[in-house]
Design a protein around this ligand. Structure first.
Ligand SMILES: NC(=O)c1ccc[n+]([C@@H]2O[C@H](COP(=O)([O-])OP(=O)(O)OC[C@H]3O[C@@H](n4cnc5c(N)ncnc54)[C@H](OP(=O)(O)O)[C@@H]3O)[C@@H](O)[C@H]2O)c1
Length: 324
């Protein structure tokens, strides 16, 4: 573990000065942001990471322009440090939320967040658990409810069901009344069964979908795996069905040939969306699983853990400050 001395008015932050992988990340002293009329300054308690976020363009650029040095980690839980009264928040409020991908993230002692991307932290959750909710929880809700309009009785397939987004999607599809099939790697079978889908199908080959899955069988397919599996996965949706994929837009012509509606979207943070996630947790419909926690000073190891074999299911969270 490394630590760093900081100057007055600065903060500790995990930063990268040029585009690259986890090896570009350094714990260092960085200017502490301030609140303004529309943005709140949050004292970060915990920040969750998306394991491949260093591959996203928005992590490194804004409007196509380089924005280094960057701070990663876009979902967080903490306490309001400073807020204009017009934002509706006051110092000391326990909050959670998401920072836009092209702004500095929360792998730091403080983060500035537009007020509309913040909501009251779910009751009964630790900061570590609350930090793990926004990005994956909002993505799962927006995919299933807002884009695919999943309804009672729909046959929904979640590919990558043990992942950050997939585990929430399995639970949320059930809230919407769907009949859920969950696909995952073999080692994650017990974890995914425990999420309560109607059916679990497993594969030991990351390059293939489970053999039981038949083309044309599902009203909605949510693909969190992508890559070379994207097109074979789209074919699992029925003619007239919906295929939602999260890494990149699906190609138009092959999906037209399948008669499947292809959807790609980028998750948006909204107060209403965060409140919907919070209510799902408080009503006991949504559980959050933490794969591992790392202190901020070991942030680089947290990002490297994404490529370790046998990684535990759930979200990876940086602990910035002790305390629940
Ligand atoms: N568009 C958006 O707004 C948005 C929002 C959030 C996330 N994303 C993207 O969505 C993707 C998923 O994110 P995430 O955080 O959920 O990632 P994740 O936690 O890595 O989840 C992916 C899961 O799929 C599993 N998997 C890999 N190959 C599989 C296969 N053939 N069959 C079944 N499961 C398989 C992985 O297992 P292993 O652990 O063995 O690899 C992992 O459990 C990422 O590419 C992320 O960048 C996009």
């Amino acid at each position: 573990l490394i630590d760093v001395a900081i100057d007055v008015g600065d903060m500790r932050a995990l930063r990268a000065h040029h585009r690259g992988g986890p090896d570009t990340l350094r714990l260092e002293s960085a200017p502490r942001p301030t609140a303004d009329a529309s943005s709140v300054l949050v004292k970060v308690s915990a920040a969750a990471i998306t394991l491949n976020e260093l591959l996203w363009d928005e992590t490194w650029t804004r409007d196509g322009q380089d924005r280094t040095p960057i701070i990663p980690s876009h979902e967080w839980s903490g306490v309001v440090e400073e807020a204009d009264p017009s934002t509706g928040f006051s110092s000391g409020d326990a909050v959670f939320g998401m920072v836009p991908f092209d702004q500095d993230g929360a792998a730091a002692e403080y983060v500035r967040v537009p007020a509309e991307f913040i909501a009251t932290k779910p009751a009964g959750l630790s900061h570590v658990e609350a930090a793990a909710l926004p990005l994956a929880g909002l993505t799962a809700w927006q995919a299933l409810a807002d884009h695919a309009h999943v309804g009672a009785g729909d046959r929904v397939l979640v590919l990558g069901a043990a992942g950050g987004v997939g585990a929430f999607a399995v639970q949320l599809a059930a809230i919407l009344g769907a009949q859920v099939t969950a696909s995952a790697m073999e080692r994650d079978g017990a974890y995914v069964r425990d999420l309560g889908p109607a059916e679990v199908v497993l594969t030991s080959d990351r390059g293939a979908n489970p053999a039981e899955l038949r083309p044309g069988s599902f009203d909605v397919v949510l693909d969190t795996v992508g890559g070379p599996l994207m097109l074979p996965s789209a074919a699992l949706a029925r003619r007239g069905g919906v295929f939602i994929t999260l890494q990149q837009p699906p190609p138009v012509e092959p999906l037209e040939a399948l008669g499947v509606e292809g959807i790609f979207f980028v998750v948006r943070s909204t107060r209403a969306g965060l409140n919907r996630v919070r209510e799902s947790v408080e009503q006991g419909h949504l559980r959050v699983t933490i794969a591992a926690t790392y202190p901020l000073s070991a942030g680089r190891l947290a990002f490297e853990s994404g490529s370790l074999p046998g990684r535990a299911p759930g979200k990876t969270v940086l602990i910035v400050r002790d305390g629940r």
